[in-house]
Ligand binder design. Structure first.
Ligand code: SF4
Ligand code: SF4
Length: 242
């Protein structure tokens, strides 16, 4: 039998996953028993500016303060953009919001936590959104939910609007950053990433409209990239916009 390359296997897995996506009216079976196991031994609780904003309002803190107290950031391996995640604590990598087995910010937990066991996928062609039911070994199948009810239950019914806008902004930015990474010195990339982090994630005030601020910040972030591009061009490191 012909052996599949890793790329082919990944492609098949992705195709299979897409064939099993769920729409808003589709149902799935899951009941969380509240054991708290998914809040330990984790390094991947990603936080978007939308999540930071929800957490900030819930905790009565500014977004920047939530970030400094509870988050870390690193460079996305593929996107070359700053990625923010919760700062896990101790050798057991426990979430800072876990109290016994309960989530201290249940009503404002990050989207990845709230959606679980669902995952959300976005298309970089038309920015459409699909959901997948992840294979999990926890909880029971005692409850039936629609995706729609699940979103409403966690106050995420409006989050698709945000997710689409976020993707429209960061996908072209990732393309530009990948091109920069091929030519820019490392320290330039570090400076650009730090500016993008500050602009996209931290430059907000709680008493102003979040989406309006996000769109303004996206414009500034694109200006940061334009500046990097201009300096690259001056230094003879040409880079084309995607
Ligand atoms: S989602 Fe699963 S692991 Fe997390 S608390 Fe519920 S049952 Fe436990
Ligand atoms: S934010 Fe809440 S649900 Fe998410 S990992 Fe932390 S304690 Fe668990």
């Amino acid at each position: 039998m012909a052996k599949h390359s890793r790329k082919e296997t990944l492609y098949q897995m992705y195709e299979q996953m897409l064939r099993h996506t769920l729409g808003r009216e589709d149902t799935f079976r899951f009941h969380c028993t509240g054991c708290g196991a998914c809040c330990k031994h984790r390094e991947d609780i990603l936080v978007t500016p939308f999540d930071l904003n929800r957490m900030a309002h819930y905790l009565g803190m500014e977004m920047g303060d939530v970030f400094r107290k509870y988050c870390i950031w690193y460079t996305g391996q593929s996107s070359k953009l700053p990625v923010v995640s919760l700062r896990m604590l101790g050798p057991e990598q426990i979430c800072p919001f876990l109290e016994n087995t309960r989530c201290r910010i249940h009503e404002a937990k990050p989207t990845v936590c709230a959606l679980f066991p669902l995952g959300r996928l976005g298309s970089d062609e038309d920015y459409s959104i699909r959901y997948i039911l992840q294979k999990v070994s926890c909880g029971t199948e005692d409850e039936v939910h629609t995706v729609q009810d699940w979103l409403v239950g966690f106050g995420l019914e409006e989050s698709e609007i945000w997710f689409r806008e976020w993707q429209k902004v960061i996908m072209p930015m990732a393309k530009r950053m990948r091109k920069f990474a091929e030519k820019c010195p490392e320290e330039w990339m570090e400076i650009t990433e730090a500016h993008l982090l500050g602009t996209l994630y931290l430059n907000y005030e709680n008493d102003r409209d979040f989406m309006e601020q996000f769109h303004g910040n996206a414009e500034i972030a694109n200006m940061v990239l334009d500046m990097t591009e201009a300096v690259m061009s001056e230094e003879g490191m040409a880079s084309e916009k995607p």
